[in-house]
Design a protein around this ligand. Structure first.
Ligand SMILES: Cc1ncc(COP(=O)(O)O)c(C=O)c1O
Length: 424
């Protein structure tokens, strides 16, 4: 598609956008002026207008029923999480029984690794991406230590080659083959948080399985962003947070996926809690853990209803819009933003340049673009902020931006370019 870096062109694209009405569903921050350009949905998604109503409803139910709200509330709290299951399954390409919304992301990664990282004999190693999000690094390290194994020897990180920004997928596949029967687990971020690189989860899963390893993904930057097919790809397990592309409130609830081939197993080791216990018998309060079948069996605690209410409000919007349309707009919007940045960079070559390190191939990225700023640093970012652009700065010189298809417009992308040029 031919783009033009003009306001008229951006507005024309907005008029033709079949998701444009969803922008009205969201509240935009007010601290940065009247009409901010919010491009940080990859960090914290915006608040849907209906979230307040959904939370207030639960506060009213709590007022009205007290403890009886567990069963008598309009949406009974006892089974509140079940309201989220089908909507979540559609977003990540799973069967409903393969997903559950519960806890927070790092907690879920640990709970899943307790079940799926089971080093035995020679098969002890974990393969992950180099410079994974720190919480993942700590989680992986501590899992290795938990099994009294040496971290250096057993946590294998795969980095971009010298002078490159992205990890070559062929290097991941070669490493999996090389590690062979010593590989217990592949655990990678489906979309890298720093570069926005999207990994081919299907191929990585196949390669891991070929050598007998388990394959799991952290989908913090993929859920609600990428068109996922976790079930068909045969991914063993995954977890994600609700507060980025899924707009489900700061620190909001997380989701987990356990493939049906494992979800019904009662033999897998797991850290148990009463909410993962056989629903029919839960209130008999009997000793001896009998796990619920499906991903629900990994729940520990009863649902934090206020966080779940926020999640429900957002998931309804996703259901109305549909991931296919969201994905189609994501690619157009991101490509337009990329065009605008390159155009600004070309026009200002003498003073500075912007290098987009995110893959140019749209099948290898989602909504995020990570821009290396050559020649100017944090000062440029600060100027951008003063102009009402809400973006994300990562040391030493990377600006991360992500147009979220549900609420960002082509005009936002144009205005980002305008502010970028003014800030040089
Ligand atoms: C890739 C990735 N993993 C893990 C986390 C940690 O999430 P939480 O604090 O919800 O456990 C984040 C948070 O931004 C993340 O981006």
């Amino acid at each position: 598609m031919e783009f033009e870096n003009t306001l008229d062109f951006a507005r024309k694209m907005d008029r033709e956008d079949n998701l444009k009405q969803f922008r009205e569903e969201f509240l935009f921050p007010t601290f940065a002026g009247k009409n901010p350009v919010y491009l940080t949905g990859n960090s914290l998604g915006l608040q849907p207008k209906r979230t307040r109503e959904y939370i207030l409803e639960e506060l009213d139910e709590w007022h009205k029923y007290g403890v009886e709200g567990h069963f008598d509330a309009k949406r009974p709290w006892y089974s509140y999480h079940e309201l989220l299951t089908e909507k979540t399954a559609k977003i990540v390409g799973a069967l409903p029984e393969e997903v559950v919304v519960t806890h927070s992301l790092t907690t879920n990664l640990h709970l899943l690794m307790v079940s799926f990282y089971r080093p035995e004999g020679k098969r002890t190693k974990i393969l992950c991406e180099g410079k994974a999000f720190p919480s993942d690094q700590y989680a992986l390290e501590s899992q290795v230590k938990f099994h009294k194994l040496d971290v250096k020897e057993n946590l294998i990180e795969i980095f971009p080659r010298e002078g490159e920004h992205l990890i070559r997928e062929s290097d991941i596949l070669d490493k999996i083959a090389e590690l062979g029967e010593t590989l217990a687990l592949v655990m990678i971020g489906g979309v890298n948080y720093y570069t926005g690189q999207l990994f081919d989860m299907k191929t990585i899963t196949e390669a891991g399985h070929k050598v007998g390893a388990i394959v799991g993904f952290d989908l913090a930057h993929a859920a609600g962003n990428i068109n996922l097919k976790l079930h068909d790809w045969q991914v063993d397990f995954a977890a994600w947070c609700g507060y980025k592309y899924l707009n489900s409130s700061p620190g909001g609830v997380s989701g987990i996926f356990v493939h049906e081939k494992h979800a019904y197993s009662t033999d897998l080791p797991r850290f148990a809690g009463w909410w993962g216990y056989n629903k029919e018998k839960r209130f008999k309060m009997e000793p001896g853990f009998d796990p619920m079948r499906g991903a629900e069996g990994w729940q520990l605690s009863n649902a934090p209803v206020l966080g779940m209410a926020a999640h429900l409000a957002s998931l309804e919007i996703f259901e109305q819009a549909g991931m296919d349309k969201i994905g189609a707009k994501r690619d157009k919007l991101t490509a337009f933003l990329e065009f605008v940045i390159r155009n600004v960079s070309d026009k200002n070559r003498e003073r500075c340049s912007f290098e987009i390190i995110t893959p140019a191939d749209i099948s290898k990225r989602g909504a995020q673009l990570s821009i290396l700023v050559h020649g100017q640093g944090k000062e440029l970012f600060n100027k951008l902020s003063q102009k009402g652009v809400i973006a994300d700065w990562r040391e030493p010189n990377v600006i991360r931006i992500a147009p979220a298809p549900l609420y960002n417009s082509f005009e936002d992308c144009y205005r980002f370019g305008e502010s970028l040029e003014d800030s040089i």
